[in-house]
Write a protein that binds this ligand. Structure first.
Ligand SMILES: NC(=O)c1ccc[n+]([C@@H]2O[C@H](COP(=O)([O-])OP(=O)(O)OC[C@H]3O[C@@H](n4cnc5c(N)ncnc54)[C@H](OP(=O)(O)O)[C@@H]3O)[C@@H](O)[C@H]2O)c1
Length: 311
């Protein structure tokens, strides 16, 4: 089969298509013939030796990518049969081996793809959607009527976070540049902030929950607009000790989370997708042999919704 192998960390040219053996499945795994893969910032971070590179660097061949949708061709699990169409985030934060024609995946990381969405849309609703779900539901336990601020609401995690927060009954503000305002409102945000022209210092301490997708000084401004007793989750790299102390002094819970593969959460996402409560916005699709262009796009920091590679 064809796979995109990372021989050493570096530029996009280090992602090379190679012919390798189809993986063998272990107990409780299925083999997926992949139809679509979604691309995340962590793919590019890992490619350059950051992200989760340290956890997988000794594995050969090293194949990055975690978000897949496709058809089961072999199974050693009671959960799925041959012919089932499945999607999920495979083995994150470990070795997903997602950039390949066939992927061996623990059945416990997958859900059945809703029949009313494409493989591209399904692949898009994996790592980014799981991150939003795990932050809003499992960690922050967002309740109806609470005020939620989602930074980078036009991006991969942000656009799912807006939709999930609305589904939970929250009042949602999303940030983006002015050109993406309409998109953010379409995702369901009640209010929009253009972060290029905004005076955060005069914003009230009104939010019960803030999802920080930017990091750095954005964490400080997020804490400043959060109510006492509220929560700020920062997902790019986490909070320094100093910022954690600042949050604590204000009575705000501030912390980092790392998304984890989880089939039950995928099942929840599948239900929302099936009902049309949550939709993946796929802004661009790339061919398998054009993976370099997909990485260049995700590294731009300007992606709207999700980008997907078809296999
Ligand atoms: N810890 C975890 O488990 C976890 C999981 C998923 C993602 N992450 C991290 O979270 C970050 C976001 O991921 P993602 O997939 O959402 O990225 P993404 O899709 O690449 O985000 C792109 C979006 O960011 C917006 N943006 C850029 N700078 C902004 C700013 N200062 N304020 C508001 N919006 C801004 C852009 O909108 P404009 O063009 O309008 O500026 C664009 O739509 C990445 O660092 C990623 O690695 C962590």
């Amino acid at each position: 089969m064809k796979a995109i192998v990372l021989n050493k960390p570096g530029e996009v040219s280090e992602l090379q298509i190679q012919e390798i053996a189809i993986p063998t499945i272990q107990a409780d795994e299925v083999l997926i013939k992949v139809k679509a893969i979604s691309i995340n910032p962590v793919d590019a971070k890992t490619r350059v030796g950051k992200g989760v590179y340290g956890r997988i660097k000794n594995e050969q061949p090293l194949i990055i990518g975690w978000d897949v949708s496709g058809t089961v061709t072999e199974t050693r699990s009671d959960r799925f049969k041959v012919g089932d169409e499945v999607f999920g985030m495979v083995n994150f934060p470990g070795h997903g081996k997602g950039y390949a024609e066939f992927v061996a995946a623990p059945a416990s990381h997958l859900a059945l793809k809703p029949v009313n969405i494409s493989h591209q849309e399904a692949a898009a609703a994996t790592l980014a959607a799981l991150t939003a779900l795990q932050a809003l539901v499992h960690n922050a336990n967002v309740q109806p009527g609470q005020k939620v601020l989602v930074h980078a609401a036009a991006g991969g995690v942000g656009h799912f976070a807006v939709q999930i927060a609305k589904q939970l009954g929250a009042i949602v503000t999303g940030t983006s540049s002015a050109k993406n305002k309409e998109l953010v409102l379409q995702f369901g945000a009640d209010a929009h902030i253009d972060y290029h022209n905004y005076d955060w210092k005069n914003h009230p301490e009104e939010f019960d929950f803030v999802l920080d997708t930017i990091g750095g000084s954005n964490i400080d401004l997020s804490i400043a607009v959060t109510k006492k007793g509220g929560t700020v989750i920062s997902i790019p790299t986490g909070l320094s000790d100093e910022v954690t102390e600042k949050a604590k002094a204000k009575g705000v819970n501030g912390y980092f989370i790392l998304v984890q593969s989880n089939g039950d959460d995928m099942q929840q996402i599948a239900e929302w997708l099936e009902k049309g409560i949550v939709k993946a916005h796929v802004s661009q699709t790339f061919k398998f042999d054009d993976i370099a262009a997909a990485h260049t796009q995700i590294e731009s920091g300007r992606t709207t919704g999700k980008i997907v590679v078809t296999v």
